[in-house]
Design a protein around this ligand. Structure first.
Ligand code: GSH
Length: 220
């Protein structure tokens, strides 16, 4: 086996790569990053030591950044590409991937990471701004999803790989108005039930104690 994913099952950006691996049914090994020693080893592959990193020993490369990992995985397996071959569709997939990372994951991470800071070093104003940023993007997503389909069009793409962890974790820190934003709610339900995504959610279940805020009853 030549592919190894350096990851942690609870880490949101790792979900993006895992969803892509399951979608494409690509065999791979996992190297779970648990502690500082693992991080130091990861830094030998990628100096920033962020996860995920995909290592392809046959090709002699290691790639960081979840979006790039997903793009690389399109070379493996027989499933339809996660970055569509049609240029306009590819642009849409990349656009909504960027929106998910920048406008959903980033504020969501701000709230989560702030709650891991030592007592007295929190940033309440930053948290408030992050929650406001989520409130601003949710209706935009609802509008984008009007009429059905996946996030970037009729096919499941990179954008949906990004949306799975972004929306799962964002919903924990700032629930959207599930009745008012019915298209977002419909999309999220379909996404969370997709086998690749449901599997990733299940694999992360044993690690929920790492979450620094109370786990809400409305999230299974
Ligand atoms: N832009 C990066 C973000 C990756 C990221 O933030 N990963 C988190 C885990 S979800 C991490 O490794 N954080 C620790 C760090 O960056 O040192 C990507 O898309 O891969």
């Amino acid at each position: 086996m030549s592919l190894t994913l350096h990851e942690h099952p609870f880490a949101s950006y790792c979900w993006k790569a895992l969803v892509a691996l399951y979608e494409r049914d690509v065999p791979f090994e996992r190297n779970q990053i648990d502690d500082e020693a693992d991080r130091a080893q990861l830094a030998e592959l990628w100096p920033m030591a962020s996860m995920p990193v995909i290592e392809d020993t046959a090709a002699g490369i290691a790639l960081p950044e979840s979006t790039i990992v997903v793009e690389y995985l399109d070379r493996f397996g027989d499933a339809p590409p996660l970055i569509p071959t049609e240029p306009e569709a590819a642009l849409r997939a990349r656009l909504w991937d960027r929106v998910m990372d920048g406008r959903v994951q980033t504020p969501m991470q701000k709230v989560v990471l702030d709650n891991l800071r030592p007592e007295g070093t929190g940033d309440p104003r930053g948290i408030e701004e992050a929650r406001a940023a989520l409130d601003q993007i949710y209706p935009v997503l609802d509008e984008q999803l009007r009429g059905g389909g996946w996030l970037a069009g009729p096919d499941f793409t990179l954008a949906d790989c990004a949306a799975a962890p972004a929306l799962f974790y964002a919903r924990l820190v700032r629930r959207w108005d599930e009745e008012g934003l019915a298209d977002l709610t419909r999309y999220y339900g379909t996404l969370a039930a997709r086998p690749s995504v449901a599997r990733v959610i299940d694999e992360a279940r044993p690690f929920r104690e790492f979450f620094p805020l109370p786990w809400p009853d409305y999230v299974d």
